[in-house]
Design a protein around this ligand. Structure first.
Ligand SMILES: [Cu+2]
Length: 98
């Protein structure tokens, strides 16, 4: 049956063995120290370097960074530490754990 095959193929593609138990989470950090247009680049770079981070988007106007990460590999506190180490102390606005 064609549709059953598609469902199976989808399941295989979306769950590689290494990440079966990992949960992808999204956290929003408040980064008040971003004061010019170049800051988000530094913040984004610092966050991207953290192991387990999958996606980073920085909103300069809102002074926020939204990070999608694998919670088996990193934590929100590791993310705030990464930005602090880069010169931008941050606080977690929300850690959507669902
Ligand atoms: Cu700046």
């Amino acid at each position: 049956m064609k549709s059953a095959f598609l469902v199976l193929a989808c399941a295989l593609l979306s769950s590689p063995p290494a990440t079966v138990y990992a949960t992808t989470r999204t956290a929003t950090l408040s980064v008040p120290g971003m004061t010019c247009a170049a800051c988000p680049i530094t913040v984004k770079k610092a966050l991207s370097r953290v192991d387990g981070v999958q996606q980073v988007s920085v909103n300069y106007e809102a002074k926020e960074a939204t990070i999608t990460f694998d919670d088996a590999k990193t934590t929100v506190s590791a993310l705030t530490k990464a930005t602090a180490d880069a010169g931008y102390p941050a606080t977690a606005k929300e850690a959507a754990a669902k």
